[in-house]
Ligand binder design. Structure first.
Ligand SMILES: [Zn+2]
Length: 103
């Protein structure tokens, strides 16, 4: 069901990250079902970023710089993270809530 999409990458644009409420509008299907999650690893500046849409299944996973204000969600089990957002999809309510609380 998951489909790699460059278009959904625009959700990771740092200028827009903090200007919206989650879930966000999916740039592919226009439904309000797009989510973003970052995970900061030991190096404080770099980490992984995911953007995905629960509705159309588009996603993208990149290695990127992580916003300074970002905090990992403690519930996330690093061992279950992979390029595909399958695991994150199951946590989407917690992730959206966490993201909105950081904004
Ligand atoms: Zn979509």
């Amino acid at each position: 069901m998951w489909q790699d999409s460059d278009l959904i990458l625009q959700l990771l644009d740092s200028r827009q990250l903090a200007s919206d409420h989650y879930p966000r509008t999916c740039p592919v299907c226009q439904h309000t079902s797009a989510h973003v999650y970052f995970h900061r690893f030991t190096n404080k500046r770099r980490g992984s970023g995911w953007a995905w849409c629960s509705d159309c299944g588009c996603y993208s996973h990149v290695s990127c710089s992580i916003p300074e204000w970002w905090k990992n969600l403690p519930l996330i089990d690093i061992g279950l993270l992979s390029a595909s957002p399958e695991y994150l999809e199951g946590m989407k309510e917690s992730i959206d809530h966490h993201f909105n609380a950081l904004l």
